[in-house]
Design a protein around this ligand. Structure first.
Ligand code: NAP
Length: 307
């Protein structure tokens, strides 16, 4: 007899959807989240591409998903998972408050921010270096800031910051953006954004009070530049939160779980859903699909062991 039928690790859109589907299937479901429900989506200020839902904040969407999940009986707890062990025909999930057992597991642990790894970055985290515009943007009201990156996150958050600050320097290492063309158009046309393309940040400097300047170097030809800004927001990609799995689950060279579209991992009874899975598109819409698919796979596994 296990504590639960299913344990879901992570309460981003993938984990919350798995909770909704598992709860609705009357499976006893525990969802474990170490931070706030909603994952990366929860700190996105505006979600405007989730079908059928008028633009809303990620926090609001997460809160609605959580409410819907809890209405079907799944239980959300705040805790940190440190490992999973296979014990006979069930799994033991190790967490801060002790081990908990389940017949099946959905890993929906998502991703965290990739760091640039440049001098000054670690030193000034929380004192001018930020990975979250929604959280820290208001500290720079009526000042100038820099954003680093050329993907959807960097451009979306640069646009968000224009509502608070006087100017955003957007620093990108190439002269073309990886982000969606619609975002790129908006950014290039925005009067408060100066794009500094084909440049990287060499170092971040400051004093006890915090960040004071960024030293930029050109990629190839061009001039070095110094930007006098008190804040820099880094959006240079994501890294999967899968280290706690050890060798139990197969991952690719970057640590993303190598489950297919059916979300089944190499271990029968464990599915991987959302951004932590190797996949071509990391969106709320694709995470939600994974959460539902994972519960479909797990239901069949619990019924007759099919994998
Ligand atoms: P991303 O798409 O991987 O973009 C990372 C950006 O950082 C790239 O432009 C990359 O440059 C740059 N970069 C990486 N390492 C760097 C380094 N060492 N120095 C300088 N620049 C560096 O990451 P993301 O923007 O965080 O997005 C992650 C996922 O979430 C994506 O799949 C994205 O589509 C999704 N997302 C979607 C939305 C939305 O649809 N509204 C919003 C946010 C995020 P290169 O381009 O040269 O590689």
């Amino acid at each position: 007899m296990t504590d639960h039928d299913v344990i879901v690790i992570g309460a981003g859109p993938a984990g919350l959807t798995a909770g909704i589907y598992a709860g609705r299937m009357r499976l006893s479901t525990l969802v474990i989240e170490m931070m706030m429900p909603g994952g990366q989506a929860a700190i996105t200020h505006l979600i405007e591409n989730y079908p059928g839902v008028s633009p809303l904040s990620g926090a609001e969407l997460a809160s609605r998903m959580q409410e819907q999940m809890e209405s079907f009986g799944a239980v959300l707890v705040s805790d940190t998972v440190t490992g999973i062990e296979r014990t006979g025909d069930h799994f033991t999930v190790m967490r801060g408050s002790g081990p908990t057992t389940a017949r099946a597991v959905v890993i929906a642990s998502g991703t965290g921010y990739r760091e640039l790894g440049i001098p000054g970055e670690k030193e000034f985290v929380g004192r001018g270096v930020s990975y979250c515009a929604t959280c820290d943007g208001p500290f720079y009201r009526d000042q100038e800031v820099a954003v680093v990156g050329g993907g959807n996150s960097a451009l979306q958050e640069a646009l968000y910051l224009t509502g608070l600050v006087t100017k955003v320097y957007l620093i990108h290492r190439r002269d073309e953006f990886r982000a969606h063309p619609v975002l790129a158009e908006r950014v290039r046309a925005h009067e408060k954004i100066e794009c500094i393309c084909s440049h990287t940040v060499e170092s971040i400097e400051g004093s006890g009070a915090g960040v004071e300047r960024l030293n930029l170097k050109p990629v190839g030809e061009g001039e070095k530049r110094v930007l006098e800004v008190p804040g820099v927001f880094l959006f240079v990609g994501l890294k999967p939160k899968t280290e706690f799995l050890g060798d139990l689950i197969e991952t690719n060279e970057w640590g993303f779980i190598t489950a297919g579209e059916d979300t089944r991992t190499n271990v029968p009874g464990i599915c991987a859903a959302g951004d932590c899975r190797e996949k071509p598109l990391r969106q709320i819409a694709t995470a939600v699909g994974d959460g539902a698919t994972a519960v479909f796979a797990i239901e069949r596994y619990l019924d007759d062991g099919e994998w």
